[in-house]
Write a protein that binds this ligand. Structure first.
Ligand code: FAD
Ligand code: SF4
Length: 467
C-alpha cells in the first residue's frame, strides 16, 4: 500500500532527441534513449499494480511490472531476460511500437497523470543489453520436426523464434536480399537504425533459425511443395507490400513514386548514401506526399533529409490523421509542411514526361464514415495548382497476390487477405497458418508479432497432435 501512496511524478521523463535543425540534414536516429539514472527514475513511477492492466494491452504478453521492477533495482540484465521470455525484438518494439494505444493506454498511472513510459523503458533495457554484450542464448533440444516460415517481417521472425525455442528446426524463406520486412525496407534509419534490426535478427539466428534470402515462395517453390518436401507446417507472414494508387491522371509520370518504392530505395538500397551506394534517387526542390499515416510521415521526413521542401497532402484534418502523434510532431519540428483538407485530382508533367505540378482540391469534413473518421467532402471550384517535382503516394498497401495465386484452396477475402481462425492463425489448408499484415491488412509491428506468437503455439499443438 505504501507504494501506491507514494507521490507520483505526473509526467514521463522526457526522451532526449537530436536537435530538429540538425536532424533534418542527417539520417541518424532522432530519439536518443534514456540513460541509466533516467530509466530508474522513470521505472519508479510504476506503482506495481497487482492486476497490471498494462499487460492486457501488450499483444505479446510481456510481464511489464516485473521487468520495470528489475529496472528500479538496477538489475538491467534481469529486466531484459523477463522481456525476452516473450519478445525477441525488444529494441525494435521499444522504438516503433504504438505504446500509446497499447500497454500505456491501460496504465493505471495514466488515469490521472501521464502513463509510465513502458516503451522507452523497454528500449532502454534492450539497448543496455546490446551495449553490454550479455545476450544469453538458450538453445532448445531439437524435437525432430521442421517448420517453414514465409516472410521475415516481425510476424515471421516472432513465429520462427518461438518455434525454435520449442525445439523445431525452422527455415525462413525471404523474397528480398535482407531479412526484416518493413523493419528494413520501410521504416527509415532515423526512426529505426538498421544495425539494431540486424542485431535482433542475429539473436534469432543464434537460436538455430535458418534464413534463406532471395527466395520468393510462389516462384522458386510453392507452399504445397514445402509441405511435400517434409515441412510439418508452414506459416505465411508475407505482409502487405503492394502499394495502392489513386488512379488520377498523370500518376504514370516520372517523379511519381509509391511510398513503398521511395522508402525501399532509401532504406534498403541506401539511396541517401549515393555515390557510395549505386542507387540515386532524384527528389528535386518540392515533394508532395499524399496521405496522413506513419508511412506518409516517413516518406515526407525522408524527402526533407534528401534536401527537398516537403509537403504532406492529406484530405482530412490533423485530428483524423492516422499517424502517431509523436511522428506528426517530429515532422512538424523538422519543417515538413502540411496541406490538410486537400487532395490531388491530377498530376501534370512536361514534354519529357516529368512531374511539374499537381492540381489539388480543397475538402471539408462531413459525418463519420465506416472507418469512424469524419468523411472528406470535396469543395466545388476550390481547385488550385501546386508546383512540385516529386509526388509520393502513401495511401495504403494491400497484399501481394503471389502466394494466394499459387496456393490452390487457400481461402482469401475480397481484399486478397488470407482468411484464418483468429485464435490459431489456421488457414483453410491443414498445416498452413498465416498472420500479420497478410491477414489483417496494413497494421502494426506488435500486432504482427502477436499473430506470430499465437500461430507458433497453434503450430506446436497441430504437429504434436499428429504425433
Ligand atoms: C513505412 C512504414 C512505416 C511503418 N511504421 C510503423 C510504426 O512506426 N509502428 C508500427 O507498429 N508499425 C509500423 N508500420 C507497419 C508495420 O511495419 C507492419 O504492420 C509490420 O511490419 C507487418 O509485419 P509482417 O511480418 O506481417 O509483414 P512485413 O513486415 O511486410 O514482412 C513481410 C515479409 O515477407 C516477404 N515476402 C512477401 N512475399 C513473399 C514471398 N512470396 N516469398 C518470400 N517472402 C515474401 C517480404 O519481402 C517481407 O520481408 C509501418 C509500415 C510502413 C510501410
Ligand atoms: S499499469 Fe502502469 S503502473 Fe500499473 S504495473 Fe503497469 S506500468 Fe506499472
Amino acid at each position: 500500500m505504501s507504494e501506491v501512496r507514494r507521490k507520483i511524478i505526473p509526467t514521463k521523463h522526457p526522451m532526449p532527441h537530436q536537435d530538429a535543425k540538425e536532424r533534418c540534414h542527417n539520417f541518424n536516429e532522432v530519439a536518443l534513449g534514456y540513460d541509466e539514472d533516467t530509466a530508474v527514475a522513470e521505472a519508479q513511477r510504476c506503482i506495481q499494480c497487482k492486476n497490471s492492466p498494462c499487460m492486457e494491452g501488450c499483444p505479446v504478453e510481456i510481464n511489464i511490472p516485473a521487468f520495470i521492477k528489475k529496472i528500479t533495482e538496477r538489475d538491467f540484465a534481469g529486466a531484459i531476460s523477463i522481456i525476452k521470455e516473450k519478445n525477441n525484438l525488444p529494441a525494435i518494439c521499444g522504438r516503433v511500437c504504438p505504446q500509446e494505444n497499447q500497454c500505456e493506454k491501460k496504465c493505471t498511472v495514466g488515469k490521472k497523470h501521464e502513463p509510465v513510459a513502458i516503451g522507452r523503458l523497454e528500449r532502454f533495457v534492450a539497448d543496455w543489453e546490446m551495449a553490454h554484450g550479455s545476450r544469453s542464448v538458450k538453445k532448445a533440444k531439437p524435437n525432430g520436426k521442421k517448420v517453414a516460415i514465409v516472410g521475415s517481417g516481425p510476424s515471421g521472425l516472432t513465429a520462427a523464434a518461438d518455434l525454435a525455442l520449442m525445439g523445431y528446426k525452422v527455415t525462413v524463406f525471404e523474397a528480398l536480399h535482407m531479412p526484416g520486412g518493413v523493419l528494413v525496407y520501410g521504416i527509415p534509419e532515423f526512426r529505426l537504425p538498421k544495425s539494431i534490426v540486424a542485431r535482433e535478427i542475429a539473436s534469432i539466428v543464434e537460436l538455430g533459425v535458418e534464413i534463406k534470402t532471395n527466395y520468393v515462395v510462389g516462384k522458386l517453390g510453392r507452399v504445397d511443395e514445402l509441405l511435400q518436401e517434409g515441412y510439418d507446417a508452414v506459416y505465411i507472414g508475407t505482409g502487405a507490400g503492394l502499394p495502392s494508387f489513386m488512379n488520377i491522371p498523370g500518376e504514370n509520370l516520372n517523379g511519381v513514386y509509391s511510398a513503398n518504392e521511395f522508402l525501399t530505395r532509401n532504406n534498403l538500397m541506401k539511396a541517401y548514401r549515393f555515390p557510395e551506394y549505386l542507387t540515386p534517387i532524384r527528389v528535386g526542390k518540392r515533394v508532395a506526399v499524399i496521405g496522413g499515416g506513419n508511412v506518409a510521415m516517413d516518406a515526407a521526413r525522408t524527402a526533407l533529409r534528401l534536401g527537398a521542401e516537403s509537403y504532406i497532402v492529406y484530405r482530412r484534418s490533423f485530428e483524423e490523421m492516422p499517424a502517431r502523434r509523436e511522428e506528426i510532431e517530429h515532422a512538424r519540428e523538422e519543417g515538413v509542411h502540411f496541406e490538410i483538407l486537400t487532395s490531388p485530382v491530377e498530376i501534370k508533367g512536361n514534354e519529357e514526361g516529368r512531374v511539374t505540378s499537381m492540381v489539388c482540391q480543397r475538402y471539408e469534413l462531413g459525418e463519420p464514415d465506416e472507418s469512424g473518421r469524419r468523411s472528406p467532402i470535396p469543395i466545388k471550384g476550390s481547385e488550385y495548382e501546386m508546383q512540385v517535382d516529386t509526388v509520393i503516394m502513401a495511401i495504403g498497401q494491400g497484399p501481394n497476390p503471389l502466394i494466394q495465386q499459387t496456393t490452390p484452396n487457400l481461402k482469401t477475402n475480397k481484399r486478397g487477405n488470407i482468411v484464418v481462425d483468429d485464435t490459431t492463425g489456421q488457414t483453410s489448408i491443414p498445416g498452413v497458418f498465416a498472420g500479420g499484415d497478410i491477414v489483417t491488412g496494413a497494421a502494426t509491428v506488435i500486432l504482427a508479432m502477436g499473430a506470430g506468437k499465437r500461430a507458433a503455439r497453434a503450430i506446436h499443438e497441430y504437429i504434436q497432435s499428429k504425433g
